[in-house]
Design a protein around this ligand. Structure first.
Ligand code: ADP
Ligand code: MG
Length: 632
């Protein structure tokens, strides 16, 4: 005898609403149904260990069955099943979660926390893609009668007794005409792979053909046992992913293998990993991998995946972890992250904030351990790590405070030092007359070779800072470190970059210098070059072209879209052209005829520009012709 009834909902129109608005992604219905099947299975396991279920558990595999001809998709489990009363309670009275009730009752029992429950409207999300849904179920309770519940997407349902041998539940979806994509094998395979890849109970989806040794033992020409094709269950998930295990039970190789499982398309191995394992004040497990970031900050395709009890939730975790951590790869699994709330709510959530600061702390302390335990190895990894660390220091003050101790700088000779060590190292010689420590750096070892050489000749040390974040990073360091400033080697003459007390005596009079200045001003583009006369040592170059530090930083920050300087329009390219008044060749210009004065001045300026790669096109041709003339 069949009973008819009405699902207990406030509005008659809830089903169209479910269909339209419940999830933007309709595919999520499958996650909900499979996770219910897993829940029912996990519950049975709990009852079995507690002795409430005495029968044989048997094969507990969950099965997803596609029947394109019949137009159905079935999710079948061998879990606890439901009695008619339970259907009445858990299905007909929507919004009453049986999972919640179960977990409360069995709190503390082994496996009870594994019940997934509560993602959204759960079971009813089936109506997003179905014109009719049937539940065929037999409870594990002794002497139960199997029942079938059926509804066509209106609040009316029908329930009746059926014959069903096997314990557990089958949810049969009669796929709606506008949702036939869910009758495609590939589509379902993809969805299972996305959401169910690491669910804790084996899930079978069709069969797969594998090669196996011929049981008859027959051999081929080469003496190997012949292979035959065998049909086996196609298990789509790994029920015990690495992060669900204890770190002590895993080898480095297994961590790498799991990385490949997460990102099958990736060729390059990560540098190292962190296994997260927290149970207070919130639950969180996971594994974070450090990719090789190189000099560029290319967008990372391998996003961190967020799970809740091994159910995939999302791979946009921006709200859950600080932005710089999104450069990492891996998984985070926490049942304590609220899943069906708006993004802005998520950011304000206390648990989420705690999780975020915990992960930051963990990452910093892992790096610190590596630095302390094996400095050499840490240095070897540094070039691949620095973009990550610098980015973290720039965007997260808590991380900065921790990283300050282990962040490294590298000089052009390839020697590494911490910030503290480095300041100590150059203190004696790179302190200027105002007691400020001037850190010299180069961005491009080849392009700035001339300047690096000049600095080294004076006994100065030059850092190599070639990360895309350098302009921002050095501003940050200047604001944090006391009495330290950074200057790029080509920003000015060395005497000006690190001002010392001692004056270099002048070989020319002020009047002579003024005359020379005019000569040079006549041969250069005045909008681009500011000519200045300087008393340098004789051994320095006769002419040095530099770009003031401030100008260049503004340009760089503008290029990177930072600094908020756009209201000034774009920054013009401006250089200082410093003439070494003490250089013999410069003094000699004074004694030449007017025409020759200009010719030599032009030749010297062009040489300086050539060394900077600034001489191109027609100007370069003219320069070469003039050089040939001069040699003649
Ligand atoms: P939730 O999973 O959050 O409890 P659902 O709407 O997904 O919400 O499911 C409602 C309830 O229906 C479950 O808690 C469970 O009691 C029951 N249920 C759903 N699917 C099954 C199943 N495959 N086997 C046994 N019970 C089920
Ligand atoms: Mg559910």
């Amino acid at each position: 005898m069949a009973t008819k009834g009405t699902v207990n909902v406030q509005t008659e129109n809830i089903f169209p609403l479910i269909k339209k608005f419940l999830y933007s992604d309709h595919e999520i219905f499958l996650r909900e149904l499979v996770s219910n099947a897993i829940d029912a299975t996990s519950k049975l396991k709990v009852l079995s260990t507690s002795g409430e279920f005495k029968g044989d558990l048997g094969d507990l595999k969950v099965e997803v069955i596609l029947d394109k001809e019949a137009g159905t998709l079935t999710v079948k489990d061998r879990g606890i099943g439901m009695t008619e009363e339970e259907i009445e309670k858990y299905i007909n009275q929507i919004a009453f979660s049986g999972a919640e009730e179960f977990v409360k009752k069995y709190e503390g029992k082994e496996g009870a926390e594994q019940i997934i429950g509560h993602f959204g409207l759960g079971f009813y999300s089936a109506f997003m893609v179905s014109k009719k849904v049937q539940i065929k179920t037999l409870s594990f309770k002794e002497g139960s009668q199997a029942v079938q519940w059926e509804s066509d997407g209106t609040p009316e349902y029908e329930i009746k007794d059926i014959d069903k041998e096997d314990r557990g539940t089958e949810i049969v979806l009669h796929i709606a005409d506008d949702s036939t994509e869910f009758l495609e094998n590939n589509r379902i395979g993809d969805i299972l792979n996305k959401y169910c890849k690491f669910l804790p109970v084996e899930i079978k989806f069709g069969t797969a053909t594998v090669k196996q040794d011929d049981p008859s033992g027959e051999k081929d020409e080469e003496g190997n046992i012949k292979k035959i094709d065998v049909e086996v269950d196609n298990i789509i998930n790994n029920p015990a992913p690495a992060w669900s295990k204890a770190p002590a039970d895993l080898t480095d190789e297994e961590y790498m293998k799991f990385y490949r499982e997460l990102y099958p398309m990736t060729m390059e191995d990560p540098l190292f990993h962190i296994h997260l394992n927290v149970d207070y004040p919130f639950n969180l497990t996971g594994i974070l991998y450090f990719p090789r970031l190189k000099e560029t900050m290319e967008v990372q395709k391998n996003k961190i995946q967020l799970y809740s009890n091994q159910v995939f939730i999302t791979d946009s975790v921006e709200e859950i972890v600080p932005e710089f951590l999104t450069l990492l790869h891996g998984v985070i699994d926490s049942p304590d992250i609220p899943l069906n709330v708006s993004r802005s709510y998520l950011q304000a959530d206390g648990n989420v904030k705690k999780i975020s600061s915990h992960i930051t702390k963990k990452v910093a302390s892992k790096l610190n351990d590596m630095f302390k335990n094996d400095r050499k190895d840490f240095e070897n990894k540094w070039d691949n790590l620095k973009v990550f660390v610098e980015y973290g220091m720039l965007t997260d003050d808590k991380f900065y405070d921790k990283a300050e101790k282990f962040t490294l700088v590298k000089n052009v000779k390839g020697e590494y030092a911490t910030l503290e060590e480095y300041q100590e190292k150059i203190k004696a010689i790179q302190t200027d007359k105002d007691d400020k420590l001037v850190i010299l750096y180069a961005h491009d070892q080849d392009a700035q070779h001339q300047f690096i050489k000049a600095a080294e000749d004076r006994g100065y040390d030059v850092l190599l800072m070639d990360s895309p974040l350098t302009p921002h990073y050095i501003s940050k360091l200047e604001s944090k470190l006391t009495n330290v400033s950074f200057a790029r080697v080509d920003a000015d003459t060395l005497d000006k970059l690190i001002k010392k007390d001692e004056e270099i005596p002048s070989k020319l009079s002020d009047e002579e210098k003024d005359k020379l200045k005019t000569v040079f001003e006549e041969v250069v583009d005045k909008d681009k070059f500011t000519v200045q006369m300087e008393d340098m040592s004789e051994t320095e170059a006769p002419i040095v072209i530099t770009q003031p530090e401030f100008m260049r930083r503004m340009q760089e920050q503008q290029r990177m879209g930072g600094g908020g300087m756009n209201m000034f329009g774009s920054f013009p390219e401006m250089y200082n052209l410093t003439v070494n008044a003490n250089h013999p060749i410069i003094g000699a210009i004074l004694r030449k005829q007017k025409d020759n004065k200009q010719k030599v001045a032009k030749q010297l300026t062009d040489l300086a520009r050539l060394s900077q790669g600034m001489l191109k096109g027609e100007e370069l041709t003219t320069f070469i012709n003039r050089s040939v003339d001069l040699i003649k």
